[in-house]
Design a binder for this molecule. Structure first.
Ligand code: ADP
Length: 271
């Protein structure tokens, strides 16, 4: 406020320098506010599992568990919450490296069908358990799909995050599909669900860190709010782009576009 007041008193120079400075100050403030919000979100996300861990550990120490079965129940909650903390810290680290352009990608020529098959296998059980129909399809013409040039683990992470969301936001009786096909010079991965969908006005924000459409659902569903931010950054680090189409009550379609691998262009790829 002091800066603002002194700027107002000084008035604008003819060259507009004060206006530029003013904009600079508001920009800085905005960044500062974003940083504060981010820290508040991180603290909140860390505090929740920590409270569970502390609470249940205390209950065991105070002899509140009736028998061995109950004790095991408490320990398994502690174990799950510790896992949630670990994932959150890993996601935060990934994101900060990605934002700083410091995440090393171990890139190689990747066969798309193999990659998708591996991920689909991981999710088959999860979808079956939740009563969601799961479909997996790789559209190939002639010689099969062209390859992409990427970090296999990170490409898997992209698909896992998208399928994880599809599983969490689709009720039993719904359907999820994982597909890949070629579109021009790109390979597109498609994760489609018949879940709750996302209102149009929220769509631009879902890629932001900690942004959630329904703030109250976060804990029950177990998401960190970082999944899509990581997806977008990872896809962009691979030279690709993301897209989403969604209709509330009907479902969502997430698309990941990656450039096709051309062996002769390998030398030009930014690693
Ligand atoms: P979260 O861990 O909360 O799922 P994400 O970054 O993965 O965080 O997603 C951000 C938000 O976007 C979610 O909280 C949810 O509101 C919305 N969202 C993501 N994927 C889907 C989906 N498949 N269907 C409906 N909403 C989704």
């Amino acid at each position: 406020i002091a800066v603002r007041a002194s700027l107002m008193k000084t008035g604008g120079g003819e060259d507009g320098s004060t206006v530029a400075l003013f904009q600079d100050v508001t920009e800085k403030r905005k960044l500062e506010q974003l940083r504060r919000e981010f820290l508040a979100s991180v603290s909140h996300e860390l505090r929740t599992p920590l409270s569970f861990i502390q609470g249940y550990a205390e209950a065991i120490l105070d002899g509140l568990a009736q028998d061995e079965k109950e004790q095991r129940e408490y320990i398994s909650i502690i174990w799950e919450e510790a896992g949630r903390l670990r994932r959150l810290v890993e996601d935060l680290l990934d994101l900060s490296k990605l934002a700083a352009g410091q995440l090393n990608l171990d890139r190689e020529e990747i066969e798309v069908k193999d990659l998708l098959r591996r991920v689909a296998r991981k999710f088959q059980g999860i979808f079956a358990e939740r009563g969601i129909k799961f479909e997996f399809e790789v559209k190939e013409e002639g010689k099969g799909l062209p390859h992409v040039y990427g970090d296999a683990g990170r490409l898997e992470q992209i698909l896992v995050n998208l399928l994880d969301n599809a599983a969490r936001y689709t009720p039993a009786g719904g359907k999820v599909s994982l597909k890949a096909r070629q579109e021009g010079e790109e390979i597109v991965f498609i994760v489609q669900d018949t879940g709750q969908g996302i209102p149009a006005e929220e769509l631009p924000y879902i890629w932001e860190r900690f942004y959630r459409v329904d703030k109250s659902r976060s804990r029950k569903d177990g998401g960190s709010g970082l999944g899509l931010a990581i997806v977008r950054h990872l896809v962009e680090a691979h030279g690709g782009r993301v897209n989403v189409v969604s209709t509330p009550g009907q479902g969502s379609t997430f698309q990941v576009y990656l450039p096709i691998y051309h062996p002769q262009a390998k030398a030009l790829c930014r690693i």
